[in-house]
Design a protein around this ligand. Structure first.
Ligand SMILES: NC(=O)c1ccc[n+]([C@@H]2O[C@H](COP(=O)([O-])OP(=O)(O)OC[C@H]3O[C@@H](n4cnc5c(N)ncnc54)[C@H](OP(=O)(O)O)[C@@H]3O)[C@@H](O)[C@H]2O)c1
Length: 297
């Protein structure tokens, strides 16, 4: 392996709180990029030196050498920056699927999301922008929130609010000319999810894909009866288990092309594998707010 990220779901798997677990004993890591070291005599289409990613992703990317069936590996363009190749599957692909699978969005529509500084959130902003879709973004109140706002605006965010800025009666009054959002993405839960429901247009849909605050979602009765909101969930692993392996690979090639062209970027920090303890502590939030940790082997 060349590089692999530490994602929240990797931590959840190790904690034993993720709904699926690899057979034990197991090595951590679910996505990443590797270089072919050696191939079996029957393998065609791959040679030593090629770059590959496990697609659909599979367990055990936090190690230097991995032996798996040829069908696991997807050969990618070696001109791709290594850190993007390592991280493209879980978060950028989730952003792409969520933008396409729930509401038929058209240019000029608006989406709203919390957890906008997450990798998924950063990808949602840029992929939406590519299709002329506005984004309203909610981030948590924390040190550095002004800088975070400026970074998201540079990626193409139309509006960025901290949760405390939205403690007003009429949040929709803050939107100016942007149309009310038809679709919302909830990464956080708790109050941040309630804010999405407040922004959504009549008949809108909120898709929950993460629970970073570990707080439940509270929905008012009127949100269902009078506003007719729909609440759904998204889980990439379920989507990929439904016969989507080939489709998944063409989407990954599309996303990696955007990364190579500089149209899709996100924040990460490369960490040497020798110091994985520090990277794990950072990924678990024990050292204050940190960018996505990408282990380099
Ligand atoms: N359902 C699926 O298929 C699927 C797929 C991909 C990802 N996910 C989930 O999506 C979420 C984001 O993943 P990621 O890898 O993109 O995240 P990430 O880049 O590691 O970023 C973490 C995000 O969570 C926020 N955050 C952290 N602790 C928080 C707290 N206590 N309260 C509120 N916000 C908090 C961070 O905000 P700050 O910037 O303020 O620190 C940041 O926006 C995770 O829950 C992950 O499991 C789900």
């Amino acid at each position: 392996m060349l590089a692999a990220p530490i994602n929240p779901s990797d931590i959840n798997r190790i904690e034993g709180v993720y709904p699926v677990r690899p057979p034990m004993p197991a090595v951590g890591g679910y996505e990443g990029v590797g270089e072919v070291h050696a191939i079996g005599s029957a393998v065609k289409g791959l040679s030593a030196g090629d770059w590959v990613i496990p697609s659909p992703p599979s367990s055990g990317t936090w190690q230097t050498y991995v032996v798996k069936e040829q069908t696991v590996w997807h050969k990618i363009d070696k001109r791709t920056p290594m850190e993007y190749a390592a991280t493209v599957t879980v978060n950028p692909l989730s952003a792409l699927r969520m933008l396409e699978d729930f509401v038929a969005l058209k240019s000029g529509d608006t989406i709203v999301q919390n957890g906008a500084t997450s990798i998924v959130g950063q990808c949602v902003i840029q992929l939406a922008r590519l299709h002329g879709i506005h984004s309203i973004n909610i981030i948590r109140d924390r040190a550095g929130s002004d800088e975070a706002k400026a970074n998201l605006q540079q990626l193409g965010a139309d509006e960025v609010f901290t949760e405390s800025q939205l403690e007003v009666k009429n949040v929709r009054g803050l939107l100016g000319n942007i149309p009310e959002p038809v679709l919302g993405f909830n990464c956080v839960g708790g109050n941040a999810a309630s804010l999405i429901l407040k922004f959504l247009k009549q008949g809108g849909t909120m898709v929950t894909y993460g629970g970073m605050s570990k707080k439940p979602i509270t929905v008012s009765t009127s949100a269902f009866i009078f506003k007719e909101l729909t609440l759904k969930g998204f889980w990439l692993q379920r989507w990929m288990s439904s016969d989507k392996a080939e489709e998944c690979r063409s989407m990954i090639d599309y996303l990696l092309g955007l990364c190579r062209d500089g149209k899709l970027k996100y924040e990460f920090e490369v960490a040497p594998f020798d110091d994985f303890h520090t990277a794990l502590e950072k990924a678990m939030g024990k050292k204050g707010r940190q960018p996505k940790q990408v282990l380099k082997f």
